[in-house]
Design a binder for this molecule. Structure first.
Ligand code: PGA
Length: 257
């Protein structure tokens, strides 16, 4: 973390979990636990259908609501899809784009990720752009090249003043939902390389101000060590974000002065 230059953001990614009723219950429980200290921003990204319930339930809390995806077209004949305007109109602030599960199961590519980033920025949503290598790619020794490529592709056509509004999440695919966390050094090494790519694209000032999260089996036991790394500015948390006690413990780890 480096709060002097950029925000620390702890974001939950609920994936396909919880009903609207369970969303309300989670918010009520979290409310009793959230720390007073405000050193980090808290975001909860929920399934589309839970967004209205989440907006209502988290209204009086310092928690911003995010979506888990969007479609890049403005409107039209795209059955089943949800646009950036629809999210914005509901009061959504963040949107996860290019999560590895979307890349793996739903045909997301670097090209569609880029289109979605542009669509989100156009209406003022903050994209949380996910990048990360598979185990096979890590073992082949191409992690850094691949991450640089994914990052450059995601930012194609994004001007500097909008790049500052983006969050990047480094999520090694082999660490997601597996209980296998990257070591703090591995996480920092890649987050640092992502910042170098942003510096190359936009210069030092933008690179310094962009929040870069780590995601992949982050939990109360490993959060403090990961967040202590200079280039790890928060977390994108799946499993542990579904349990108010665990999510709060990670927020507390990010709230250390
Ligand atoms: P996990 O998921 O924390 O359950 O590993 C992280 C993510 O996929 O964003």
């Amino acid at each position: 973390m480096n709060r002097r230059y950029r925000k620390t953001i702890i974001a939950g990614n609920w994936k396909m979990n919880k009903t609207a009723t369970e969303t309300k219950k989670f918010a009520e429980e979290l409310k009793t636990m959230l720390p007073k200290a405000k050193w980090c921003d808290v975001v909860v990204c929920v399934p589309f259908v839970n967004i209205p319930a989440a907006i209502r339930a988290f209204k009086d809390m310092r928690v911003a609501i995010g979506a888990e995806d969007l479609f890049y077209e403005k409107s039209g004949a795209y059955t089943g899809e949800v646009s950036a305007d629809m999210l914005k109109d509901l009061g959504v602030k963040y949107v996860i784009i290019g999560h590895s599960e979307r890349r793996q199961y739903f045909g997301e590519t670097d090209v569609t990720v880029n289109k979605k980033v542009l669509a989100a920025l156009e209406v003022g949503l903050h994209p949380i752009i996910c990048v990360g290598e598979t185990l096979e790619q890590r073992e082949m020794g191409i992690t850094m090249e691949l991450i640089a490529l994914q990052t450059k592709a995601a930012f194609a056509g994004v001007p500097a003043e909008k790049a500052r509004k983006c969050v990047i999440a480094y999520e090694p695919v082999w660490a997601i939902g597996t209980g296998k966390t990257a070591t703090a050094e591995q996480a920092n090494e890649v987050c640092n390389a992502i910042r170098a790519t942003i510096r190359h694209l936009y210069g030092a000032r933008v690179a310094r101000s962009v929040t870069i999260q780590y995601g992949g089996s982050m939990n109360p036991a490993n959060a403090a060590e990961l967040l202590a790394q200079p280039d790890v500015d928060g977390g994108l948390i799946g499993g542990a974000a579904l349990v108010p006690e665990k999510f709060t413990a990670i927020i507390n780890a990010a709230n250390q002065e």
